[in-house]
Write a protein that binds this ligand. Structure first.
Ligand SMILES: [Zn+2]
Length: 425
């Protein structure tokens, strides 16, 4: 507090950011936001240099694994008092999506803070906030001299925003990942505009499919039978009718979120050579996102049936077909979930459990059989990831650090599971 200013009892006056001494955690957050880890040419080197400095400050070893040329996963490790136990992973990605600067009120990489304490910048929600919250929580816990049985790893991963293929997807199959001996992972979630906090225990599977319709070619002046376009028409109708049904299901059931229904979007159409030539084939592509509650086998049978019903010579091909439907337990009998949810209820945080509507690196973690919860502690915040004018209020940000200061000890103190007791008896 500066001399002459209101003391701590001065009330809810909003501080002038240029005069007040800013919380060092907020300053660090803003510094990180200014590193342009934005696609298509993310400054990963800049981010690693920044993290190197933090690891030195925290006194933690910082290991780097190059999973692909120019793609490095960084891991800071805080060893537990019983390092044989399975560890806790605090995961975050370092990259951010591109911006359309003309639609922003402020420089998207300037980390401007307005009079209300709203910090603007690409990555304020997705997910540089969480990275710094993990770091600041660990800094606080360490400075209080605390230790926990389980080892905690902070992992910093590239390329999540472009599918994770040169990041987490590769890394989970490397021996260096195995060596981390992970028992439970925290990864990103989404903001919640209300008072509660959203947690994600599963993700929908993205399928990208192209349906090829073949038929009789001919001259555009006649009624040629059995054309590619007639079949394309039927295919589009089948997919779009299904889309309509799912949309209705979402809109009429109060307990459904986007993660509970299958979204269908027609994203590409290709075919034809000239106005007066009936082409021998036409292609249509769809982006499908399928909730883990849907039988993928039955869903593909349905697609097959639609193709058969459209006529002969209709085939399909997948450009992407994720098949993993692992869900992370949110039963009270699960020790990880019990630790997580009890810590949250002790802080009076209301949780909303959901299936993540899009895809994150958590799907790779769950695919290798590990439990992962998607959680970005932002309530009373509009969901602005990938949007213009992405921002986060500093009070919400600082509260998130306190939340991790309770969550990390709870998770890192989960007593040996029956399987671990056997392993290390
Ligand atoms: Zn993200």
């Amino acid at each position: 507090m500066l001399p002459g200013k209101d003391g701590p009892t001065g009330g809810g006056r909003s501080q002038d950011p240029s005069v007040s001494s800013e919380d060092p955690s907020v300053s660090l957050f803003r510094e990180y936001l200014r590193i342009k880890t934005v696609h298509p040419e993310p400054d990963y080197e800049g981010a690693l240099k920044f993290l190197d400095r933090i690891a030195a400050e925290l006194g933690l070893p910082f290991k780097k694994v190059e999973v692909c040329p120019g793609r490095v996963v960084g891991i800071m490790t805080w060893e537990g008092t019983n390092p044989k136990l399975r560890s806790i992973l605090l995961n975050s990605h370092t990259d951010v999506v591109p911006v359309f600067q003309e639609h922003w009120k402020y420089d998207a990489f300037g980390a401007f803070k307005d009079g209300e304490g709203n910090v603007y910048g690409r990555g304020t929600q997705d997910m540089k906030c969480v990275t710094i919250q993990y770091i600041e929580a660990i800094r606080r816990l360490k400075s209080e001299g605390r230790r926990f049985p389980r080892t905690v790893h902070l992992m910093f991963v590239p390329d999540e925003e472009v599918g994770g293929h040169k990041g987490m997807e590769m890394f989970v199959n490397l021996p260096e990942f195995q060596a981390l001996n992970i028992g439970f992972a925290l990864d990103e979630g989404l903001a919640n505009p209300g008072d509660s906090f959203t947690v994600f225990y599963g993700e929908r599977n993205p399928w990208w499919i192209t349906v090829r319709c073949t038929g009789n070619p001919g001259h555009g002046s006649r009624f040629v039978e059995n054309t590619a376009a007639e079949k394309l028409h039927k295919i589009i109708n089948s997919f779009m009718d299904f889309r309509e049904k799912e949309k209705t299901r979402l809109n009429t059931s109060e307990c459904f979120t986007l993660g509970d229904v299958t979204t269908v979007n027609m994203t590409m159409v290709q075919g034809g050579v000239a106005y007066n030539v009936i082409p021998p084939n036409m292609d249509v592509s769809f982006d499908l996102r399928i909730p883990p509650t849907v039988s993928l086998k039955e869903f593909e049978e349905q697609i097959k049936a639609w193709c058969e019903a459209a006529g002969e010579g209709v085939t399909y091909q997948f450009a992407q077909k994720h098949m993993n439907q692992n869900l992370t337990s949110t039963e009270h009998t699960d020790p990880w979930w019990r630790a997580f949810s009890t810590a949250c209820s002790d802080m009076n945080l209301a949780l909303k459990k959901e299936i993540f509507p899009a895809a994150t690196d958590s799907r790779f973690i769950r695919a290798v059989g590990l439990p992962a919860i998607g959680f970005s502690p932002m309530n009373r915040t509009p969901i602005l990831l990938h949007d213009h004018n992405e921002f986060l209020n500093e009070r919400v940000f600082l509260h998130g650090i306190e939340i991790y200061c309770s969550l990390v000890p709870a998770l890192a103190s989960v007593s040996a599971l029956p399987s671990e007791a056997k392993e290390h008896a």
